[in-house]
Write a protein that binds this ligand. Structure first.
Ligand code: ADP
Ligand code: MG
Length: 226
């Protein structure tokens, strides 16, 4: 399996309750998974655990046969090869579109960085906007910059937390379709979190329904949400 998550358990330091309970998930290469659940069900926490921003109490996470975390191993977030798009995009306000995308490509030579930035700008259709700052862009364009930044380093796994929640409905539908094409084009294995069943149906191959930190249902997206 491309991604293997086995028996994750987690609680935040200050909380008494277990937030994630025995969470397991296997993902094939190139698959798009959606984790659905109400607010507070633990969706963002799952992504934070996979990204390495939190440490599980127990459980194993493997990506491409590499152990990210288990009882004796913990790989730091920047070494995981995992790209993340946050709900608020988290763009650097003082950096241009180009500067935002370049960030995270430090390992490449300056010339290679330049080439890669051009490639992903082209991919998300923002070549003409590379000198602009985030505040000079629409919500949809900002979202595409965040996506371009995440894809620039060719992540082994892409995580997206409620990627459409800051967009108006009409734009959501358009971007959703574009995003699916882009993800499939680049064959990027993806987990995205949403509370919106329509988003999940339109984008995901498979869904996981989470309730109070527990998986209550999984299945092929169109069937499970019919
Ligand atoms: N840093 C934190 N410290 C303590 N509790 C937290 C923290 N972050 C989230 N929680 C709690 O963990 C639960 C799951 O939160 P979260 O993963 O953000 O849910 P979702 O993304 O599904 O809305 C909630 O009850 C939330 O209050
Ligand atoms: Mg959340």
């Amino acid at each position: 399996m491309y991604v293997e998550i086995v028996g994750l358990n987690f609680r935040y330091r200050k909380s008494h309750d277990k937030i994630i309970k025995n969470f397991s998930l296997e993902i094939s290469s190139g698959e798009i998974i959606s984790v659905i659940g109400e607010s507070g069900s633990g969706k963002s926490t799952i992504l934070r655990l996979i990204a390495g921003l939190e440490i599980p109490e127990s459980g194993i996470i493997k990506v491409k046969n590499r152990i990210m975390v288990d009882e004796t191993t913990f790989i730091n977030p920047e070494k995981r090869g995992i790209g993340m798009v946050f709900q608020d995009y988290a763009l650097f306000p003082h950096k241009t579109v180009e500067g935002n995308i370049r960030f995270g490509l430090n390992a490449l030579s300056s010339q290679k960085q330049k080439i890669r930035v051009e490639e992903v700008l082209h991919l998300v259709n923002l070549t003409a906007y590379k000198k602009r700052y985030p505040y000079e862009l629409s919500g949809g364009q900002q979202q595409r910059v965040a996506l371009a930044r995440a894809l620039a380093a060719k992540p082994a796994l892409l995580l997206m937390d409620e990627p459409f929640s800051n967009l108006d409905r009409e734009l959501q539908n358009k971007i959703r379709d574009e995003l699916k094409i882009l993800i499939k084009q680049t064959n990027t294995t993806t987990i995205f979190v949403t509370h919106d069943r329509e988003d999940a149906k339109a984008l995901a191959d498979r869904i996981i329904i989470l309730n109070k930190g527990e998986v209550v249902k999984t299945g092929e997206a169109k069937v499970a949400l019919a």
